[in-house]
Design a protein around this ligand. Structure first.
Ligand code: ACO
Length: 323
């Protein structure tokens, strides 16, 4: 059976770090409020010349290096982003060009904070369907460019960055027999649009717009939706929370992460948390967290790893894989 196996991973962050104390000079907030409500201590903010494509390209190059591959070995690039460089062409195509890759195909998927889950699911379907052998899956965002920097209820929460993995078709023999993506679950429900959206766009206002959010409403739905898709992944694979080596959640808020882990009976020692240093980087948060935990040796080959996210739309989903 063909499986999509993670062959490499990488990440890239903007140069500038913005701490909560820096945010105190921007809006009426405090380090204490932000840490207590969200767990965020700092975030990275893109500066001049840093874009979704430049961050995505750097993350992709890091993932290729770790996989000991070059762009010539890749046949598909899928980029998850809600902050593209331009309305079109797709930022994935821009990254393809920056990598010097002029074969294969590249496209964006847009599912806000669940984007990386949607992108991995799409890549896995291409690989298992025999349409691609090696897919660069990237999550890259510059949310700082769609924030209302005068709105303290949103601007303190988000950051910029990019992460990437290389997924490769493997036949699953010998020690590789049970590696790869085991199941994916996607959900969406547009009835929740008003709770988290951008108030602009090419076909409505002709502007880029700003992120708007009813934080308390998002919070109310988050834990239930996340546990729902995680339980569906367990059911599909006959696994339980006890079998997991690592939960790598979307990094929106420490309280949502802890609440979901508690509800599922997953000990916090098995949860990868980076929201304190990255803030919420939307589609980039899971591959950034994967890069941290796989680089420092926590996630090892053969580990059972669960990814989950929930975000604007609402969209939500999970991916269960053996690293
Ligand atoms: N600094 C200081 N005070 C603030 C700030 C701030 N940055 N922001 C809001 N406040 C104030 C509010 O004005 C309010 O004051 P009031 O009581 O005088 O009216 C008070 O703090 C409480 O506001 P709430 O919105 O009720 O605070 P809450 O405890 O819900 O925390 C938060 C807000 C952190 C946004 C929380 O609702 C949350 O995390 N929601 C989830 C949203 C999220 O993570 N979205 C990310 C995208 S979706 C996703 O990725 C899952």
């Amino acid at each position: 059976m063909i499986r999509s196996v993670v062959r490499g991973f990488g990440a890239s962050l903007p140069k500038r770090v913005v701490t909560n104390h820096d945010m105190e000079k921007q809006v009426d907030t405090t380090d204490e409020w932000i840490v207590q409500r969200t767990g965020i201590r700092q975030r990275y903010v893109a500066g001049e010349g840093e874009t979704t494509a430049s961050l995505g390209e750097a993350a992709a190059r890091a993932a290729l290096d770790r996989a000991k591959l070059t762009p010539a070995d890749i046949d598909l690039i899928i980029l998850a982003t809600s902050t593209p460089d331009n309305t079109f062409p797709a930022t994935a195509v821009n990254i393809q060009n920056r990598l010097g890759m002029h074969h294969g195909a590249a496209f964006d998927v847009q599912a806000v904070c669940s984007g990386f889950i949607y992108a991995v699911t799409t890549a896995d379907a291409y690989i298992r369907g025999g349409l691609a052998r090696r897919v660069l899956v990237i999550g890259a965002e510059t949310f700082s460019r769609i924030l209302d920097w005068n709105d303290r209820t949103t601007c303190v929460l988000f950051g910029d960055g990019a992460g990437a993995i290389v997924l490769e078709a493997q036949e699953g023999e010998g020690s590789n027999a049970d590696r790869g993506v085991l199941t994916t679950k996607l959900r969406s429900d547009g009835a929740h649009r008003e709770k988290l959206y951008v108030d602009g766009g090419p076909s409505t206002t002709g502007t880029v717009g700003h992120l708007r959010m009813e934080g308390r409403e998002v919070f109310k739905h988050a834990v239930g939706m996340i546990t729902d898709v995680i339980e569906a992944a367990f059911e599909a694979t006959g696994t339980t929370a006890e079998d997991l080596d690592w939960l790598v959640p979307h990094q929106a808020n420490r309280r949502i992460i802890d609440g979901s882990a508690k509800k599922l009976g997953i000990p916090l020692e098995k949860v990868v948390v980076t929201v304190d240093i990255h803030g919420n980087t939307s589609a980039a948060s899971i591959p950034l967290a994967l890069n941290e935990a796989a680089s420092d040796g926590r996630i090892k080959q053969g580990d059972l790893v669960l990814l989950e996210a929930m975000g604007g739309g609402f969209t939500w989903g999970s991916v269960l894989l053996r690293w």
